[in-house]
Write a protein that binds this ligand. Structure first.
Ligand code: LLP
Length: 443
């Protein structure tokens, strides 16, 4: 009998089935129970209620180490992209590991400073619409780098820095005009997208920036999109960046940093055959090769690749129903808790938290849907799942990135609690909202 924890390929081992205690004693009703690290998920569901985000600290650490191993041959800093999951508990964990951060708003900057003030020196500030207030807060905090996206923004930043008598270190975000095979909402590196400046314009803008005593040219940055699972677009973008670095140096600028952005995809599919360590190695190769000989410090802004597979959304089956032969499983989580399926038609694997051992052959095709009054409120369409019953717990996998951060209060639903598990220890890193919390802001 093989009752070892089972591990799906390509994902951290953090979420694995382990034999249930009841099963060990009474073999006839044996079952396997999905755990996060050493903690059975049903225990978390009972203690903290559902829907509930559950994160594994060990999985997050493992991914950070994987990045560091893959890039060990070049000087680099991992600037975790806060937008993927901005929970303070997670930011603290990453800060303790020595990570820097990529922020896109004053709010995200405050979170990073709240997690660890000393991290400011490793913060890069990206985004097409930074306000003067946000720039000033970042200048006061002493961040590492502003990734500037337009000529007007350069002007505003220079004014802010002059007002504060500070010098802003800058990189221009170039738009390398490289197609990335991903959802059109999250592809960013083509000239028709709002991001960055055209490569052809960049040299002129660097020349203008060098005329300001309050701007210090420090690097070049690029980001071509998110959930990119092939490495060729990254390599192509990097080749264009390397060419620009050479040109800028020839123009007399000092370029110490190349910020490669984020975007490395993860496998959401059950059948994925690539191990994360292989895909990160290929990714590192794609970025590092074009930069050979340039002696730059590489900044990386991964978000999803660090936290995506390290989280699940735990939800309970409320009702089963049939309409004209179609079967629905209505769960207590909804599109307000995890928006990705509704917004991008994104696939998330859904698994029952308890499975019979040996597994029951009973399977059925169902739609897994939430309680919100929209047809777009779904987690899966026509998905073949083991038969589930009312009251059962399900885990929506790979929900650690762009899950809670995209949650809303639509339908006056309170957002889920979040727990961070490390080995046997469980910490509530955000309590469940109450309706009172929501109403407090309204007059
Ligand atoms: N750096 C910049 C400048 C970015 O715009 C992003 C993501 C990242 C880094 C991090 O990308 P990652 O490594 O996580 O792919 N809500 C979407 C994803 C939006 C990504 C936006 N920018 C989703 O749920 O798939």
């Amino acid at each position: 009998m093989n009752r070892k924890p089972t591990r799906r390929q390509g994902r951290p081992p953090a979420f694995a089935y382990q034999p249930g205690r009841k099963g060990l004693l009474r073999r006839r009703s044996a079952e396997n129970i999905l755990h996060c690290d050493d903690v059975p998920l049903p225990r978390l569901g009972e203690r903290f209620g559902t829907p509930l985000y559950v994160y594994s600290a060990s999985a997050i650490r493992e991914r950070v180490h994987a990045f560091d191993r893959a890039f060990r041959k070049v000087p680099h800093t991992l600037c975790y992209s806060v937008k993927a999951n901005s929970n303070l508990g997670i930011l603290r964990l990453l800060a303790r590991m020595g990570c820097g951060f990529d922020v896109v708003s004053g709010g995200e900057l405050e979170r990073v400073l709240g997690a660890d003030r000393r991290a400011a020196g490793k913060v890069v500030f990206s985004g097409v619409g930074k306000t003067a207030d946000e720039m000033q807060a970042a200048l006061k905090a002493g961040i590492l780098l502003f990734n500037v996206e337009s000529e007007s923004e350069l002007g505003t930043l220079a004014e802010c820095a002059a007002r504060l008598r500070k010098i802003a270190r800058i990189a221009l975000r170039v738009n390398p005009d490289v197609p990335a095979n991903t959802h059109r909402y999250i592809s960013t590196g083509l000239h028709q997208h709002k991001f960055g400046v055209r490569s052809g314009e960049a040299r002129g803008l660097y020349a203008r920036a060098s005329g300001s005593e309050h701007l210090k040219i420090a690097g070049v940055s690029v980001h071509i999109g998110s959930q990119i699972t092939e490495v060729a677009p990254f390599a192509l973008a990097m080749e264009r960046v390397a060419e620009l670095v050479r040109d800028l140096r020839a123009d007399g600028h000092r370029i110490d940093y190349v910020d490669a952005g984020g975007g490395l995809g993860i496998s959401y599919e059950e059948s994925a055959s690539t191990e994360f360590s292989d895909s990160i190695a290929a990714y590192a190769d794609a970025l590092v090769k074009p930069l050979h000989g340039l002696k730059v410090h590489l900044l990386l802004e991964p978000g999803r690749a660090i936290v995506g597979a390290a989280g699940v959304l735990l939800t309970r089956v409320l009702y089963r129903k049939h309409n004209d032969g179609k079967k629905f499983v209505v769960v207590d989580a909804a599109m307000n808790d995890l928006l990705r399926p509704a917004l991008y038609d994104a696939y998330h694997e859904i698994v029952p938290v308890r499975v019979d051992e040996p597994p029951s052959p009973l399977r059925e095709k169902v739609d897994v849907v939430g309680p919100i009054c929209e047809t777009g409120d779904f987690f899966a369409h026509d998905r073949e799942l083991p038969t589930v019953h009312e009251g059962d717990l399900l885990a929506i996998l790979d929900s650690g990135a762009y899950g809670m951060v995209l949650a809303s209060n639509y339908n006056t639903r309170t957002r889920p609690a979040e727990v961070l598990v490390e080995g046997k220890s469980v910490r509530v890193v955000r309590r469940r909202e109450t309706v009172d919390d929501l109403l407090q802001l309204e007059t």
